[in-house]
Design a protein around this ligand. Structure first.
Ligand SMILES: Cc1cc2nc3c(=O)[nH]c(=O)nc-3n(C[C@H](O)[C@H](O)[C@H](O)COP(=O)(O)OP(=O)(O)OC[C@H]3O[C@@H](n4cnc5c(N)ncnc54)[C@H](O)[C@@H]3O)c2cc1C
Length: 493
C-alpha cells in the first residue's frame, strides 16, 4: 500500500452500522472531518437483528436533540423481561422509562439521515481491507485500490472486524456452546407460538403482523458453525425441538448465531480504535449489543474530537478503554448468565424459577431493570458524591431566559459547567472556548437509578457524553480546575 502524506480526513470509520453512524455524528457535531467507509450499498439490514432502544440509548439521543425522530416510529414498553418474566420498570427515574420497540433497520436509517444532515461523507459499497499506521497517521486501504490517509481509524466493522484482526488485537472470551437458527418464512401447519425452554436453550415461534409469515429462533441439537445455514438444517432443528417442521417453506431469510462471548483485549492500539461489535460480541439474549455499541460511540466521540483538535493529549483516548472495557466485560457476563438460566434441564428450570421470584422483589427488580436499561453505568472517576462518574439526570432547570431541560444544554456536544448556586460564581476564562458555564435554578429532587434521591450539588461539571466529571462538594472545593485540565485540556490564555 502506497504511503500518503496529506490527510483526506481526520478520522475514518470502518463500518456504517449503528455504532459507526453514532460515532460519525458525534465527531461531526464537534467539528471534526470524519468519513465512513461502508461495505453495504445502502442501509438495508438483512433479516432481523436488534428490535429496540433501551432508556440510556434514548437518553443519549435526547442529549443530541434527536430522540423524537426515533420515538415517533416506535412503540413504548414500560417493562423489562427476565427469562420470560415481565418486570414492571415504570419507576426508573428517567424521562424515558421504557424500551422503544424499533427494528434495527429503522434505527440505522434514522441515524444515517442525521449523519447525512451533518454532511459526513460516506464511501459506500467499499470495504476497508488493510491499513498501516505510523507516528503521524494511518493509511487505510480500500478494496477498490484507493488509500485514505487519516489521523485515526476506528473499527466499527462488526463482530468479524477486519480492523481488529489486522491490528492484531486478541478477541478473548468464551467459545460457542450452542448455535441457534433465526428465520422468517411461511408454515403449512399452525406453528406452536410462544417461548419454550429446551435442554440447550430457549426457542420461540411467532406469527408476524400479516398473519402469513412466521419468525422464529430455534436451538440446534449440536453446535454448528457458518453464517449461511440451509433450509434442511432449519427443518432438522424444528423437528428436533417441536417434533414437526410445521411444513416450513418460502424462507425469506435464515441465519445462525451462537452464544460465543468475546471481547477485544484492548480497545485502542496507537491510532486505531474499536467500538461496538468489533470490540465485543455475545448472544443477543437481553438485547444489548446495538445499545452498548451506540454508547461506546458516545464515550469515544468527544474524546477523539478533542485529541484531533489538539485540545487534549492522546492519553485521553486511553480513558475510552478504561471506561468502556469494563462495561463490555460486565455485559458478556450478563449474557452468559442469561444464556445459562435459559436452559431447560430440571435443575436450571428450578434455578430460573427461584431467580425469577427474587427478581420480582423491589431492590433486585430496581437493580436489574437499571442494568438492562444502561442507566446504572458508573465510570470510575474517583470517590465522592454518587453523581461522579454516573450519567447526569435530565433535570428541569430554570435559566434567566426561562425553563430548560438539562439535556437541551448538551445538544451541541460541549461540556457544561452547571452552577446551581449564586450566579456568576464560575469565572473560567482559560476554558471559555470549550466549556459552557450555565447559571440555573433547580427546585426538584435529583434521583439516581437504584441509589434513589441524592443531594443536588451546587456545581456540576458534565462531559459531552452526559457523565459527571466533577461536583462541588463544599464551597472550598479546589478540584474543579484539576477536573477541567484532566478532561478538557490546559487553559488558554
Ligand atoms: C439475531 C440478532 C438479534 C439481535 N437483537 C438485538 C437486540 O434486540 N438489541 C440489541 O441492542 N442488539 C441486538 N443484536 C445485536 C446488534 O444487531 C449488534 O450489536 C449491532 O448491529 C452492532 O452494531 P455495530 O455497528 O457495532 O456493528 P454492525 O451492525 O455489525 O455493523 C458493522 C458495519 O460494518 C460494515 N463492514 C463490515 N466490515 C467492513 C469493512 N471491512 N469495511 C467497511 N465496512 C464494513 C458492515 O456492512 C456493517 O454495516 C442482535 C443481533 C442478532 C444477530
Amino acid at each position: 500500500m502506497a504511503q500518503m502524506h496529506s490527510f483526506q480526513h481526520d478520522v475514518v470509520i470502518a463500518g456504517g452500522g449503528p455504532t459507526g453512524l453514532m460515532l460519525a455524528g458525534e465527531l461531526a457535531l464537534a467539528g471534526v472531518d470524519v468519513a465512513i467507509v461502508e461495505r453495504r450499498a445502502d442501509q438495508k439490514v438483512m433479516g432481523s437483528r436488534a428490535g429496540g432502544l433501551h432508556p440510556r440509548s434514548i437518553e443519549v439521543l435526547d442529549q443530541r436533540g434527536i430522540a423524537d425522530r426515533f420515538i415517533a416510529q416506535g412503540e413504548k414498553h414500560y417493562v423489562v423481561l427476565f427469562c420470560g418474566v415481565v418486570l414492571d420498570a415504570r419507576d426508573r427515574p428517567t424521562r424515558h422509562n421504557y424500551t422503544l420497540a424499533l427494528q434495527q433497520e429503522k434505527i440505522e436509517r434514522t441515524l444515517a439521515d442525521w449523519v447525512s444532515g451533518l454532511r459526513v461523507p460516506m464511501y459506500r459499497g467499499r470495504e476497508v481491507t488493510e491499513f498501516a499506521q505510523d507516528d503521524a497517521g494511518v493509511d487505510v486501504g480500500l478494496d477498490d485500490g484507493q488509500t485514505l490517509r487519516t489521523r485515526y481509524l476506528v473499527g466499527c466493522d462488526g463482530g468479524r472486524s477486519v480492523v481488529r484482526k489486522k491490528a492484531g488485537i486478541d478477541f478473548a472470551g468464551w467459545e460457542a456452546d450452542v448455535s441457534y437458527l433465526i428465520f422468517e418464512g411461511e408454515m403449512a401447519e399452525e406453528p406452536a407460538s410462544g417461548m419454550r425452554h429446551g435442554p440447550r436453550g430457549v426457542y420461540a415461534l411467532g406469527k408476524l403482523g400479516d398473519g402469513e409469515r412466521v419468525r422464529g429462533v430455534v436451538t440446534e441439537q449440536r453446535l454448528e458453525r457458518g453464517s449461511e445455514p440451509g433450509i434442511d438444517e432449519l427443518r432438522d432443528a424444528l423437528t428436533a425441538a417441536y417434533g414437526s417442521d410445521f411444513g416450513v417453506h418460502n424462507v425469506a431469510w435464515l441465519s445462525r448465531f451462537t452464544d460465543a462471548a468475546r471481547q477485544a483485549t484492548t480497545y485502542r492500539k496507537g491510532r486505531v480504535l474499536l467500538a461496538g461489535d468489533a470490540a465485543h460480541v455475545h448472544s443477543p439474549v437481553g438485547g444489548q449489543g446495538l445499545n452498548i455499541g451506540m454508547q461506546d460511540a458516545v464515550n469515544l466521540g468527544w474524546k477523539l474530537a478533542q485529541v484531533v483538535k489538539g485540545v487534549s493529549g492522546d492519553a485521553l483516548l486511553d480513558t475510552y478503554h478504561a471506561e468502556r472495557h469494563p462495561v463490555g466485560a460486565a455485559l458478556l457476563e450478563q449474557t452468559l448468565a442469561l444464556t445459562g438460566l435459559n436452559r431447560g434441564d430440571d435443575r436450571t428450570t428450578a434455578l430460573r424459577a427461584m431467580m425469577a421470584k427474587v427478581m420480582q422483589w423491589d431492590q433486585p427488580r430496581r437493580w436489574y431493570t437499571a442494568v438492562m436499561s444502561g442507566l446504572d453505568t458508573c465510570y470510575d472517576l474517583g470517590e465522592g458524591h454518587p453523581l461522579v462518574g454516573r450519567r447526569m439526570p435530565d433535570l428541569d432547570l430554570v435559566l434567566a431566559q426561562g425553563p430548560v431541560r438539562l439535556f437541551d444544554l448538551l445538544h451541541d456536544a460541549r461540556p457544561v459547567l452547571l452552577n446551581l448556586g449564586t450566579s456568576g460564581r464560575f469565572d473560567l476564562p482559560g476554558w471559555a472556548d470549550r466549556v459552557k458555564p450555565v447559571d440555573a435554578r433547580f427546585e426538584g429532587t435529583c434521583e439516581l437509578p437504584v441509589i434513589g434521591p441524592v443531594q443536588t450539588p451546587s456545581g456540576i461539571l458534565i462531559r459531552p457524553d452526559g457523565h459527571v466529571a466533577w461536583v462541588e462538594e463544599s464551597r472550598t472545593d479546589t478540584g474543579l480546575e484539576q477536573a477541567l485540565r484532566a478532561w478538557f485540556g490546559a487553559p488558554r490564555v
